[in-house]
Design a protein around this ligand. Structure first.
Ligand SMILES: [Zn+2]
Length: 459
């Protein structure tokens, strides 16, 4: 077999791994590059391979850095199948349409700036075309995606529908097992089951996002959140939560539900002001079969874990604008998670100068984003081109990460040390990759290789 990574090699976005087995080519994930706008836009314009050379696509999960370029395959004439889990399929239906809107908006902004027509990299038409090629396979059901090549999805516990992908096939008379980890989740997360723990594989591609650090323990979440809500409520302030639409938002709402049911927090109105988050929460309601034991218990006491005493899910612009005039304690969740665009900007502008308020950061904030400047408590922040004083309290909750931390990644890799011929490390910045490689070596797992972009490795 031959493996070539065309993204997420010494980086965390643009996941695309092309695997060749017995002359057949399977693309694992087709993600978008994100980050610096100009550089990312250039990289997303072109595919580093011809769609005619691909026999099948396997999608590990719906995050845009893994799925966001799938519509481009349709645009280029791809006529094969896209295999993924039922929940990832439903999430893609919602998330890729949202992404198409962003592509069209970005293209028209660029067209104006350059005074020449810049086409979007894809539109809703291409989204609908690629969605018609999806085949959903539930967890633990083995399916021959190509003659002699069997795929099984295992629960990755990262986001709804996320999968660790197992391929079984015969090559040169030998039975082989290949694992692509996708993104690995955390144990004991509130909604999803724990990630699968593989024992055997000949070749592995493994993510390394948090190879150099662990997160706060999930058990600390409720107490911290309770404290933040009570403090802010006591001084009559609002809590503004920039949120990531998939998983983080739902985990946060379920945490509020737990606190509310235990009477640990005052009963505050909660507004989820993000159409994408509202749509994604609907997809969660369709897939309760994927929830873990704790979530089932919660559902025995409260039929719908995403309903609170006073929660409003907002899609419309007018309803969203009405939130600007509220002057009493509320919790507002809004996207985008790194505060670079979306309705969160309005809520930050309206609330960042009042010291009674809290801005609650619940996810990773990349360099050069407004979210990062808020986390670093810069005294003045620029929103819609205007400078504002940052007087609101800024708090951070690290416990909500959807990614395995360093210890869990080492546990995942070390379990395969006796069987695997090679473990290719992908999806990490350099420091994370090197730290994970060292951590695995300390556990006797020395067959790792940091995957380089565009370079083919052969087994
Ligand atoms: Zn992910």
């Amino acid at each position: 077999m031959r493996i070539t990574s065309h993204g997420a090699a010494r980086g965390v976005t643009g996941s695309k791994h092309l695997i060749e087995i017995n002359g057949k080519r399977i693309l694992f994930d087709c993600g978008m590059f994100q980050g610096h706008r100009k550089e990312a836009a250039e990289r997303n314009q072109t595919l580093p391979f011809s769609v005619n050379d691909i026999d099948a696509v396997v999608l590990s999960h719906a995050h845009i850095d893994h799925s966001g370029i799938l519509p481009m395959l349709a645009r280029k004439g791809y006529e094969g199948k896209v295999f993924t889990t039922p929940a990832s399929r439903d999430l893609c239906a919602v998330m890729l349409l949202d992404s198409a809107n962003i592509q069209e908006r970005d293209a028209s902004w660029l067209s104006k700036r350059r005074q020449t027509f810049v086409p979007p990299i894809y539109t809703d038409i291409h989204v609908r075309e690629i969605m018609r090629r999806f085949i959903s396979i539930p967890y633990d059901v083995s399916f021959d995606i190509l003659p002699g090549i069997r795929l099984t999805f295992k629960d990755a516990g990262h986001v709804l529908g996320s999968a660790i992908c197992l391929l079984e096939f015969e090559e040169n008379g030998k039975q082989r097992r290949f694992i692509y980890s996708g993104d690995i989740g955390r144990k004991n997360a509130a909604i999803l089951r724990d990630p699968w723990e593989p024992e055997e594989a000949d070749v592995v591609i493994m993510e390394s996002t948090y190879g150099n650090r662990d997160h706060d323990s999930i058990e600390t979440l409720d107490a911290k959140l309770e404290d933040i809500i009570k403090r802010t409520h006591a001084r009559g302030g609002k809590i503004i939560v920039p949120t990531f639409a998939l998983e983080r938002a739902q985990e946060f709402i379920v945490a509020l539900k737990r606190l509310e049911m235990a009477n640990r927090i005052p009963s505050l109105p909660v507004y989820v002001d993000s159409p994408l988050t509202v749509n994604i929460t609907e997809v969660f309601r369709l897939h309760t079969d994927l929830f873990d034991e704790d979530m089932r218990k919660l559902m025995e006491d409260a039929a719908d874990p995403f309903e609170l005493q006073h929660i409003q899910y907002i899609r419309g612009v007018e309803q969203s604008k009405k939130l600007n005039t509220i002057d009493h304690p509320v919790i507002i969740l809004s996207a985008a998670g790194m505060c670079e665009h979306g309705r969160i900007l309005h809520h930050l502008r309206n609330n960042c100068e009042d010291e009674r308020n809290t801005i609650l950061i619940i996810g990773f904030q990349a360099r050069h984003t407004l979210g990062r400047r808020i986390v670093e408590r810069e005294p003045r922040i620029r929103i819609f081109g205007v400078e504002h004083d940052l007087r609101a309290e800024v708090r951070k909750l690290n416990a909500l990460s959807a990614h395995a931390g360093r210890s869990e990644l080492i546990e995942f890799g070390a379990r395969l040390k006796n069987a695997a011929e090679r473990i290719l490390l992908v999806h990490g910045e350099d420091e994370a990759l090197t730290a994970l490689q060292e951590g695995l070596a300390e556990q006797g797992c020395t067959q790792t290789l940091i995957q380089e972009e565009g370079k083919t490795v052969e087994f």
